[in-house]
Ligand binder design. Structure first.
Ligand SMILES: [Zn+2]
Length: 94
């Protein structure tokens, strides 16, 4: 499914890395705490969630708040902006 997808929007998870490895257009939704963990794939972009309180309280790989406020801070508008500003996404998706 990912190999045939025109655009993959997913969290920091296996599907993001699979899409990146398959060189499919992808947007990864990541917590902001460890930006270096957002693997740089040529066909992928990353949107980071931001919440200072959540960032200060959580472990690096696990949020203690459910739902995570950093992830909740990511908006549909932010993701759409990435799609519209990324020429390769726009050409294949819109
Ligand atoms: Zn969190």
């Amino acid at each position: 499914m990912i190999e045939r997808a025109e655009l993959v929007v997913t969290t920091d998870s296996g599907p993001f890395h699979i899409a990146g490895a398959l060189e499919r257009p992808a947007i990864g939704l990541f917590r902001g705490r460890r930006p270096e963990h957002a693997a740089a794939y040529p066909t992928a972009k990353v949107v980071f969630g931001r919440n200072a309180e959540c960032d200060a309280k959580c472990d690096w790989d696990q949020c203690r708040d459910i739902p995570c406020r950093q992830m909740q801070s990511i908006t549909v508008e932010e993701v759409l902006k990435v799609i519209l500003n990324e020429g390769s996404f726009k050409n294949s998706f819109l």
